[in-house]
Design a protein around this ligand. Sequence first.
Ligand code: 6PG
Length: 236
Amino acid sequence: MVKKGADIFRMAALDCVKKEGRFVVAISGGSTPRPMHRLLAEDPYYSEIPWDKTDLFWVDERCVPEDDPASNFGAAKQNLLNRVPIPVAQVHPMPGDLSPEEGALTYEREMKDYFRVKEGEFSVFDLIYLGLGNDGHTASLFPGHKALEETKRLVVAVKGGDPHVSRITMTYPVLNHARQIVFMVSGKGKSPVLKTLFENGKDLLPAQRVRPFQGKTTWLLDREAASLLSEDMVHD
Ligand code: 6PG
């Protein structure tokens, strides 16, 4: 799973830079992505990924200081940013040090400026990595939250999750405008929610509402996470 995640990153980066001269990717927090972040900082990925043409955004962030263990940016700095030559100006952390609403508005402005989106349009990311919580949340879109119904804002402030803190999160309109979505899910603890997600067929869980309008969605699962799925659902 980890290597596949890194291979997709490299392939998308090389393809996008070749076609458009840049690669714009957003990453999630939590623990699952960390091994991939560390792998991206090692050869062959270190030397083959065009870091100088890569712009890195975050899908969500906890409203905590960067040195707080809960900070997604803080973790990415340790596992990736401090180890690869991505220009600082091309690293776009969500402001965890402002009030949640201010942080959401600030990041939304940064995304609108970067992508030069007009009113009513949405940023189109080349690639977005997402995780999956045991409750079926993704990003910081938690079951029952009004953020799930947001259709205009690109970024909103929420409170929830574990740790139960204020957060800033991208919304479904942004996620569903992505060219490519990759979910990475690992561990036995996620096997029940994956079974529900793939077998209940209705849009019950927040992660099920990530359906890119024109993009491709890939699910990368390790064996433990996939252990309750039927054989025909899973392929290497
Ligand atoms: C966050 C993440 C969140 C995460 C899932 C899975 O900031 O918490 O973006 O959506 O991807 O909660 O987290 P783990 O990878 O730690 O299981």
